[in-house]
Design a protein around this ligand. Structure first.
Ligand SMILES: [Ca+2]
Ligand SMILES: [Ca+2]
Ligand SMILES: [Ca+2]
Length: 386
């Protein structure tokens, strides 16, 4: 047997003495022909007010809101949805590339592929993100009378799987021998102050040099003869004439902002995770870093690591090295020989005449001038690198 209780019938009859938000108890008494009775009580709570709205955040409950992540699975949490009368029965979460309105949450359109709907009694939910766009979490709470609250929407979250990209990495006064490098099938001429310009070499590019990608590029009209035969930049010694690191760079990330850039110095390339000479320290400005007298000359070889981390916690580390900090000038061990002929002055020396205790390889440039009271200008003699 069904009995429908019309809730406004007492009001219509003007016999209504109750208040909103109170329990109403309906007593049913059934008597059979033998005068046996059964009583049933039905309690109905009237709740005319919707739940109060709370706040929604990305991240685990109790931790700060996150806006960027490299993980396609993320926890959404919410709090503050309260219903004093009937309590919250369940929550509905909608994930979309914009905040959803109440109608779209109250009456979900499950055919809409750009919206994910989830119903839960919990105050957090682990969800899989299926979009590379910024996503917003919208939540409503239903009370036990199935009235929905207003919508609370998060400030959004974005998945960024790609690390930041460095360009124009430069260390003041860092020198090397002019070299050739190749990466991704392209050849580059690298000057002694570590700038690169694109060249064409008639061979396959077999070694890939990661440093070459981040060096500053310039356009050159003049190139050395037989530029393709220069030694490879790969693992070539780089020289710094003083114990002062002045590093500059550019860093970019298309999807998420840069969190910080840190510099570390290690004695080997394998110390890239935990540099053993100077541990990673943050650069205050995200494009320059200066370190005076870190005592690098005591080490035979150092590697400078530049680490960039984005807001999604993805990192790129650039290794610059091997660097030799050479604070001592070259030595002249034997006197150069000077001969006079009819037309010329011939100055000669051997490869053992000049020596540098710190530098590996030959002396790269020798300057000479002639005179007694009056001197000529300096002439530059370049040693041959190939
Ligand atoms: Ca209520
Ligand atoms: Ca957020
Ligand atoms: Ca990225």
């Amino acid at each position: 047997m069904n009995y429908t209780l019309v809730m406004n019938s007492l009001v219509m009859n003007n016999t209504h003495k109750g208040k909103h938000y109170r329990n109403y108890t309906v007593e049913l008494e059934i008597i059979n022909i033998a005068s046996l009775k059964t009583k049933e009580l039905v309690t109905i709570l009237i709740d005319e007010s919707a739940p109060e709205t709370g706040v929604v955040r990305e991240g685990t409950p109790g931790s700060p809101d996150i806006d960027y992540t490299s993980d396609w699975n993320v926890t959404i949490n919410w709090e503050g949805f309260i219903d004093h009368e009937s309590g919250v029965k369940f929550y509905r979460l909608g994930l979309s590339n914009s905040c959803l309105n109440l109608e779209l949450l109250w009456h979900p359109n499950y055919n809409e592929s750009t919206i994910q709907y989830h119903d839960t009694e919990q105050q957090s939910m682990h969800v899989a993100i299926n979009s590379g766009e910024k996503l917003y979490a919208s939540v409503i709470a239903f009370n036990n009378a199935l009235e929905p609250s207003k919508v609370a929407c998060s400030d959004g979250i974005m998945v960024d799987e790609s690390p930041p990209v460095f360009t124009n990495v430069s260390i003041l006064n860092l020198k090397t021998s002019p070299s050739v490098a190749c990466t991704d099938g392209a050849f580059w001429y690298v000057t002694e102050d570590l700038k690169k310009t694109n060249i064409t070499c008639n061979r396959a590019c077999s070694i890939s040099d990661t440093l070459i990608n981040v060096l500053p590029e310039f356009v050159s009209s003049t190139l050395p003869d037989e530029v393709c035969n220069l030694n490879s930049l790969n693992n070539r010694y780089l020289y710094l004439g003083n114990d002062f690191l002045d590093i500059s760079w550019n860093i970019e990330d298309f999807e998420s902002p840069i969190e910080h850039v840190s510099i570390g110095i290690g004695s080997s390339e394998s110390s890239i995770q935990y540099p053993d000479i100077v541990g990673y320290s943050k650069s205050h400005y995200n494009t320059v870093y200066r370190l005076r007298h870190p005592g690098l000359a005591q080490n035979s070889v150092v590697y400078v690591f530049i680490k960039g981390v984005n807001k999604a916690n993805r990192e790129t580390v650039i290794s610059v090295g091997p660097v030799i900090v050479d604070e001592t000038p070259p030595l002249c061990l034997t006197k150069p020989l000077v001969e006079l002929t009819k037309e010329s002055v011939i100055v000669s020396w051997t490869k053992d005449t000049f020596k540098d205790n710190d530098q590996r390889g030959t002396i790269s440039k020798i300057y000479l001038r002639i005179g007694k009271l009056f001197y000529t200008i300096f002439y530059i003699y370049h040693t041959i690198y190939y």
